[in-house]
Design a protein around this ligand. Structure first.
Ligand code: SF4
Length: 326
């Protein structure tokens, strides 16, 4: 028999919304095999409102050397993680990486740089704009996403003019706990202002976060509703991979059953947006990645992450074809 809390959430399939209180009750009371019923509902909502699973690939165009100190991040200069660091890649190197992505059949490309962001038009920011122009000129049908931190109205507007389809600005966690769980070097308000500047410029938004940072269910539901209220278009969800050298190196890995419940709730709260399985799919969730993709997700990153490797695009193509049977 279907748990009455899940039965009530079926109203989302009829176009109604669930409240924050209802979502929190599901998060706190559903367990065991009822989670499979929740996954099934999330997959039905995904199919009805969000559609097919579409992959994207990302390039870390500037790695590490960051003066911020986000607690989870391998790229903060103050965390001694031993990752490969390099300054902004030149146009030709980026074009070569884009060629590989394009030839693999992926049509959404994410250009990512480490660091606080660009509130003024520095030389480096101008180099990014030039590179975006070159990508668009060579691959006009490729959708370009950028993730380059905090922006001003001016720099947001320039990205819009230079062919950016979508910008990634992650909330990372519940906005009310950003300072405690992520960083006090910058604020969640700066991030939200950046989202607004981009929306005003006509750029679509990808705005998600990380599960397993030490947040509780109330925080996860707060983030799911913040995503809904910001009116963004996509939500990448990462599962924390505790990286040696970061303050979270000893953080316990989130159990797959909790990840499934969280993914399903993000979909039930946000029926129509693109919800993406970002980092943690292969490295942390291993055997559960197929089940988790069925918990309402309609996108995933393929071909590796910012500082960790992933599965090959070829293997993921087979995986995606098999997922379509559900
Ligand atoms: S998440 Fe971005 S801003 Fe924060 S430390 Fe990492 S690279 Fe720097």
């Amino acid at each position: 028999m279907l748990n009455p809390l899940i039965e009530n959430a079926y109203k989302v399939l009829d176009g109604q919304s669930i409240s924050r209180e209802e979502a929190l009750e599901i998060a706190e009371k559903i367990s065991g095999e009822d989670i499979l019923d929740l996954i099934s509902l999330a997959n039905k909502i995904r199919k009805k409102y969000a559609g097919k699973i579409i992959p994207c690939s990302i390039l870390n165009a500037k790695s590490g050397l960051c003066r911020q100190n986000c607690r989870f991040c391998a790229q903060a200069a103050g965390h001694h993680t031993g990752i490969e660091t390099y300054p902004l890649l030149g146009k030709e190197e980026v074009l070569e990486a884009v060629r590989k992505v394009y030839e693999s059949g992926v049509r959404i490309f994410g250009y990512v740089t480490s660091g606080y962001g660009y509130k003024t038009v520095t030389r480096e920011f101008q180099a990014i704009l030039d590179t975006l122009d070159a990508i668009h000129e060579r691959y006009p049908d490729l959708k370009i996403c950028v993730s380059s931190g905090i922006l001003s109205r001016k720099t947001a507007g320039l990205l819009a003019k230079h062919h950016v389809w979508r910008y990634n600005m992650n909330l990372q966690t519940a906005p009310s706990r950003y300072a405690e769980l992520i960083s006090r070097e910058h604020t969640i308000e700066e991030k939200i202002r950046t989202i607004r500047h981009l929306q005003e410029s006509g750029v679509t938004l990808c705005c998600g976060g990380i599960l397993g940072l030490g947040e509780d269910w109330k925080d996860r539901i707060e983030m799911a509703f913040a995503v809904r209220e910001l009116g963004v278009d996509g939500c990448p969800l990462n599962v924390l991979l505790p990286i040696p050298g970061t303050p979270l190196e000893r953080q316990p890995v989130m159990p797959p059953a909790d990840v499934a419940k969280a993914f399903a709730l993000f979909r039930i709260v946000n029926p129509e947006i693109m919800i993406k399985f970002a980092a943690g799919r292969e490295t942390i969730m291993k055997d559960f990645q197929g089940l988790l993709m069925l918990a309402g997700l309609n996108s995933m990153i393929t071909g590796g992450y910012l500082t960790t490797r992933g599965r090959s695009v070829e293997d993921d193509k087979v995986f995606l074809r098999q997922l379509e049977a559900f």
